[in-house]
Design a protein around this ligand. Structure first.
Ligand SMILES: Cc1cc2nc3c(=O)[nH]c(=O)nc-3n(C[C@H](O)[C@H](O)[C@H](O)COP(=O)(O)OP(=O)(O)OC[C@H]3O[C@@H](n4cnc5c(N)ncnc54)[C@H](O)[C@@H]3O)c2cc1C
Ligand code: SF4
Length: 457
């Protein structure tokens, strides 16, 4: 069997000096060669693993023929953000995990091919733009992350007049302020947003719904027939230990936002500063922790530690990101749980040694337990990346909006909330999850909103 074609990457010693993209993607020839490995299965299991149901064998077939435009069009029937998903989708757990070839060798590099289609397929679909201009229905979307952008695009395609309200001065949600540029260059986000504008979507930045505009006003005063809440999970979870308020201790959310959105890496040219530690400890084992560690390295840290309470096997981060972090020299400290942070300037991160238990948690990962052994790390910056919760603002101001235990807005199978004319989707409804799951929920919501407004898809 032909081997999987590797995707080129910049060398670690080169890439840690800047914030440019690490993965170089396939050339056209490489993409065609990789596509030719696909069996075009009559029962394509890969499609079952895709939360938005892309017809994967059909788009790969077009790449085989060198028809990248056709491949892109096929993808865009189901997914309007292919250049983003081709870069950040955890495909190894989804479509690629189901690929038939995985049982006998390496699965097809589906995300790599999706990225190639977006790169070589031209401008992509720009359609919709008020196909029903006589009396268009108006929908408000709150939040411009992947959920908000997807719902807006889906509705604009059906001729709905959509306005997206975004609290920040830039659009994209976590794609912009969370995921670093070396994984997702900003021109890629810009391109997807320009497509949305070309479809007639109105984009209102610097509008915090709940403060700048009262939430109920959208329906009562502003005349929107439906509202989609896609405000994400931007509330950092904290450790709750002594020393967490010391100078030089950041939540990952603040640390990444300062660099990705406020350009603290370019301080003093930009006004937002950041403490550049020589020795940095990042607490956590997910994508957010790995991203924070790799950002700290690029801010010229000499030693960066990932401190995780279980082992690599239980880490929720994408395998490829763990691999990249290791290549770049990030030091992984497993089975450690922070107990206290001491000292200003140089700090001591006191940790308890953990041991793994046979018992598993709800996600199927082995639980861990604190032992009596204590150890410590000398660092000058600590970044806490142990999870995010749904943004509480809108539910806190609107008691009729039912929420779950973690503060997530409760929705039914069509993403309808407990409020008439209000839908929710993405991380605000699921808790912190993934780009493609947020998009899948947004598509369901758009479908349900269309039905509610009496509009054909
Ligand atoms: C550092 C990091 C790395 C990640 N890496 C990956 C990855 O590699 N692959 C992957 O699939 N997923 C990854 N994720 C998760 C993924 O980014 C999220 O699941 C996804 O962005 C959720 O999309 P969303 O649209 O629901 O919310 P968000 O992307 O959080 O967007 C919500 C938007 O709503 C705005 N907003 C909030 N409240 C209001 C308000 N009241 N009024 C107006 N606007 C408001 C916010 O400013 C924000 O722009 C990562 C997350 C982080 C933090
Ligand atoms: S399961 Fe794998 S081999 Fe089969 S159609 Fe999908 S990508 Fe191709």
């Amino acid at each position: 069997m032909e081997k999987r074609i590797p995707i080129s990457e910049r060398l670690p010693e080169e890439r840690i000096k800047d914030f440019d993209e690490v993965s170089l993607g396939y050339s056209k020839e490489e993409a065609i060669a990789e596509a030719k490995r696909c069996l075009g299965c009559s029962r394509p299991l890969c499609v079952e693993g895709c939360p938005v149901g892309i017809n994967i064998p059909a788009f790969i077939e077009r790449i085989k023929e060198g028809d990248f435009r056709g491949a892109l069009q096929k993808i865009e029937e189901k997914n309007l953000l292919p250049s983003i998903c081709g870069r950040v989708c955890p495909s190894e757990y989804q479509c690629e995990n189901k690929c038939t070839l995985g049982a006998v060798g390496a699965p097809i590099a589906i995300a790599g091919l999706e990225r190639a289609a977006s790169e070589y397929g031209g401008e992509g679909i720009i359609e919709g733009v008020n196909t029903n201009p006589s009396k268009p229905k108006r929908v408000a979307v709150i939040g411009s992350g992947p959920a908000g952008l997807t719902c807006a695009a889906e509705l604009a395609r059906s001729g709905v007049e959509v306005t997206v309200f975004e609290a920040l001065h830039k659009l994209g949600g976590v794609l912009r302020y969370g995921i670093p540029t070396f994984r997702l260059p900003r021109n890629i986000i810009e391109k997807e947003i320009e497509k949305l504008e070309a479809m007639g979507v109105k984009l209102e930045k610097n509008v915090l719904v709940g403060r700048t505009i009262p939430f109920p006003d959208l329906q009562t005063k502003e005349g929107f027939s439906a509202v989609f809440v896609a405000t994400g999970a931007g509330l950092p979870q904290l450790l709750g230990i002594n020393g967490e308020n010391l100078e030089g201790v950041y939540s990952a959310n603040e640390f990444l936002t300062r660099v990705n959105l406020m350009r603290a890496d370019l301080f003093p040219h930009y006004t937002t500063p950041i403490k550049r530690g020589k020795r940095v400890a990042v607490i956590g084992g997910g994508n957010v922790a790995i991203d924070s560690a790799r950002v700290a390295l690029r801010l010229s840290a000499e030693e960066v530690y990932i401190v995780y309470r279980r082992t690599e096997e239980e880490m929720p981060a994408r395998k490829v990101e763990i691999q990249h972090a290791k290549e770049e020299g990030i030091i992984f400290e497993y089975l450690l749980s922070p107990l206290e942070i001491r000292g200003n300037g140089e700090k001591e991160l006191i940790c308890g040694r953990m041991k793994l238990l046979d018992e598993r948690d709800a996600s199927g990962r082995r639980k861990s337990k604190l032992t009596d052994e204590i150890t410590s790390l000398k660092v000058d910056v600590v970044v806490v990346a142990i999870g995010q919760r749904p943004n509480p603002l809108i539910p806190s101001l609107e008691p009729r909006l039912k929420v779950g235990k973690e503060g997530e807005i409760l929705v039914d199978e069509e993403m309808r909330t407990s409020l008439e004319g209000v839908w929710a989707g993405g991380d605000i409804a699921s808790g912190a999850a993934t780009v493609i799951l947020a998009m899948g929920m947004a598509k369901k919501a758009a479908e349900s909103i269309r039905k509610y407004l009496g509009i054909a898809p």
